[in-house]
Design a protein around this ligand. Structure first.
Ligand SMILES: [Zn+2]
Length: 158
């Protein structure tokens, strides 16, 4: 038996914050604003996993009113949600995701992101797709005010 989930996230780009996407630090003059480390890709993947299990969403599970999650490392949240997936008797079949950023270029960082995320999620490289897109200079993402991510997660009953 399979279950599928969709995840989406967006964070504002601001000065004075580190840019952390896919569990790695990216060199850039701005970073993403959020209560946690604002890792937009990991948050989209988490919401895809939670969505597949109809277990609500990241904001419900890790409320931004909870001081415990201030500047939280999103890889820790990802590990926690992956444990939930396993507890429910599922494993991840595959994940497809997009990072939508006008700048900086995400492509050079994707192999390292895959390394970090595949290790946490016990996935082969072939089962995690991360695609880099721009917004063709349109809207808030295109004007470099934000970075977006979406993901589709397929779970398989073990
Ligand atoms: Zn987020």
């Amino acid at each position: 038996m399979y279950r599928i989930g969709i995840g989406y996230d967006i964070h504002k780009l601001v000065e004075g914050r580190d840019l952390i996407i896919g569990g790695i630090k990216i060199t850039h003059e701005k970073g993403l604003l959020g209560h946690s480390d604002a890792d937009v890709l990991i948050h989209a993947i988490i919401d895809g996993m939670l969505g597949a299990l109809a277990l609500s969403d990241i904001g419900t599970l890790f409320p931004d009113t909870d001081a415990k999650y201030k500047n939280a490392d999103s890889t820790v949240l990802l590990r926690h949600v992956y444990e939930l997936v396993k507890q429910k008797g599922y494993k991840i079949s595959n994940i497809d995701s997009n990072i939508i950023a006008q700048s900086p270029k995400m492509m050079p960082y994707i192999p390292k992101m895959k390394e970090v995320l595949c290790k946490i999620l016990e996935l082969d490289f072939a089962d995690l797709s991360i695609k880099a897109k721009t917004k063709e200079k349109l809207d808030a993402v295109g004007r470099e005010l934000a970075i977006e991510s979406n993901s589709v997660v397929l779970l398989k009953k073990v």
